[in-house]
Design a protein around this ligand. Structure first.
Ligand code: SAH
Length: 274
């Protein structure tokens, strides 16, 4: 087995149970075109290749790429690109490979040190959502991050990240995965999550204002929302707005649903432009 490198956050998944859960969550069909980030030694890659039309893998580690190319390079439905997923411009890399363009699903045990940026690249941002959204994105991530991704309003883990990601995608927990499922075990437990990109019912009129408001609202977590937003909104105006939106004036940031956050930001904008 190739020795895992710390710089690339390499932890090889060795648990069959976790692999089964990931595969099941991906709901693979014959026509699927999968994108995998960080195939590593290819344990998940091999499973997926047997089930789908094509698989595009992006791996940063040159040595691993050589190994993967040797072992899986002959398979017609497999394409491996060596590079940093975050900076690689996939469309231009894929011009010569029409069979590997427009992947419809992502399945990956990703490097945890770049979880946030990976999710942002896959979903896009609130101001610029990915114009060709994936059908589903199944990821193995740090458990603590997973909890924030699928947290519901009113729960402790619900924060700015939950609002930002859930604005763009439905998030669900598939299962937790203990640190012992990896070699070497990471310091934290993990979880499999599934993201399904969607368009929110009432979108933010001004995405940047919406993002700023959320950031400000969650800045000091246990405080009441109306105190956190003091610098941005006049107190009376906020009280009146909360009343209008049927939100408890004592509410904290984590009590508002994603849609309530959007409505609040939209309403604030309308009024101040009058
Ligand atoms: N999927 C494998 C490996 C997971 S470890 C398994 O389940 O066993 C994370 C993998 O991501 C490693 O192979 C690491 O080399 C790769 N990686 C780290 N940073 C990357 C980046 N920026 N772009 C692409 N791959 C990256």
């Amino acid at each position: 087995m190739i020795r895992p490198r710390k710089v690339f956050a390499q932890h090889w998944l060795k648990s069959e149970k976790a692999l089964d859960a990931i595969i099941k969550a991906a709901e693979c069909r014959e026509g699927d075109r999968i994108l995998e980030i960080g195939p590593g030694t290819g344990i998940l890659t091999r499973r997926l290749l047997a089930l789908v039309q094509s698989l595009l893998a992006v791996e940063i580690d040159r040595d691993l790429c050589q190994l993967l190319a040797k072992q899986l390079g002959k398979r017609e439905n497999f394409l491996l690109l060596q590079g940093d997923f975050l900076t690689l411009d996939l469309p231009s890399q894929l011009v010569a490979f029409p069979n590997f363009q427009n992947q419809n699903k992502v399945v990956a045990n990703i490097p945890y040190n770049i979880t946030g940026p990976i999710i942002e690249k896959l979903l896009g941002t609130i101001a610029n959502p990915n114009p060709e959204p994936f059908e589903s994105i199944v990821l193995l991530v740090q458990k603590e991050v997973a909890e924030r991704l699928y947290a519901q309003a009113g729960s402790k883990a619900f924060g700015a990240l939950s609002v930002r990601v859930q604005y763009l995608a439905e998030c669900e927990l598939i299962c937790t995965v203990p640190a012992a499922a990896f070699h070497p075990p990471p310091k934290v437990d993990s979880a499999v999550v599934r993201l399904r990109p969607r368009t929110i019912e009432i979108p933010a009129v001004d995405p940047r204002r919406f993002e700023n408001l959320v950031k400000l609202g969650f800045a000091a977590k246990r405080k009441m929302l109306r105190n956190n937003l003091q610098s941005a909104v006049e107190r009376d105006r906020l009280t009146q707005l909360l009343e209008q939106l049927k939100i408890n004036p004592q509410a904290r940031a984590e009590d508002l649903s994603v849609q309530q956050w959007v409505t609040l930001a939209n309403e604030l904008g309308v009024k101040s432009e009058e």
